[in-house]
Design a protein around this ligand. Structure first.
Ligand SMILES: C[S@@+](CC[C@H](N)C(=O)[O-])C[C@H]1O[C@@H](n2cnc3c(N)ncnc32)[C@H](O)[C@@H]1O
Length: 232
């Protein structure tokens, strides 16, 4: 698991995104934070037009090394405001990418950037985890993220309700020593994401707890939310 409560079910994610794209005339997907192509390559292989935005030259060159020529158009830039000169059936931001450390304004800008890249009836798909009551308390929580014979990864996390920021330190323990990685995210609950979608011109048309389409419930720890651009 990469993040608490997130099952990176790549095949199911590709299938759901492809279904959404194929139901719409442009049959195309733009991925914010395309990375090395975990989703994009599968979508491209299904015959969809795929493009991406990513801030990391290194990730993008790794993606390009896996593909022939310009099979997937990638713009190196910030998905808060970078422009790919086209519109798409689907924009996707997976793996908690909406929890931008720069805060609510950055999150709203990401919704707006998705909106301007969508064709009529296009949709913005977000994957995020859902905070538990224990994590919301403001106390430190400790979650084992990986437990193996020679490697244990623990996440220590603390949420600050005054800033909406969640500070996470990932501790990697191996026989040869330990390593620490600290990240800060701006948390948004499913309801807060719905409000951001509402004010940036979207209607929510679906919410699942897993990419396979499992229904979202009060106890879900993860959500896949599908927001359709509102007809003007
Ligand atoms: C965890 S990886 C996920 C990659 C891919 N979406 C996937 O699901 O496997 C996050 C990616 O988002 C990129 N990224 C993070 N913040 C970004 C931003 N504000 N603008 C553009 N790219 C960003 C990182 O460079 C990285 O490639």
């Amino acid at each position: 698991m990469l993040y608490p409560g997130v099952d990176s079910d790549t095949n199911a994610a590709v299938a759901l995104l492809a279904d959404l794209a194929c139901d719409r005339p442009e049959r195309s997907v733009l991925e914010f934070g395309i990375g090395t192509g975990r989703l994009a390559i599968g979508l491209h292989r299904r015959g969809l037009r795929v493009a991406g935005i990513d801030g990391s030259e290194q990730m993008v060159s790794e993606l390009r090394s896996k593909l022939d020529g310009d099979a997937v158009e990638v713009v190196v830039g910030d998905y808060r405001d970078a422009w790919v000169d086209s519109t798409f059936s689907v924009v996707v931001l997976a793996l908690n990418g909406i929890f931008d450390p720069r805060g609510r304004q950055a999150q709203l800008d990401i919704f707006r950037n998705a909106a301007r890249h969508l064709a009529p009836s296009g949709c913005f798909v977000l994957e995020s985890w859902v905070m538990s009551d224990a994590q919301r308390s403001g106390e430190w929580s400790v979650i084992p993220r990986y437990v193996g014979d020679e490697h244990v990864e623990l996440q220590l996390a603390r949420y600050d309700i005054t800033t909406n920021q969640i500070e996470r330190t990932l501790v990697h323990l191996r026989p040869q020593g330990s390593a620490f990685v600290t990240v800060t995210d701006t948390y948004a609950s499913p309801g807060e994401l719905d409000v951001m979608a509402e004010v940036t011109g979207f209607d929510r048309i679906a919410r699942y707890s897993r990419w396979s389409g499992t229904e979202f419930s009060a106890t879900s720890t993860n959500h896949i939310s599908v927001y359709q651009i509102r007809h003007s």
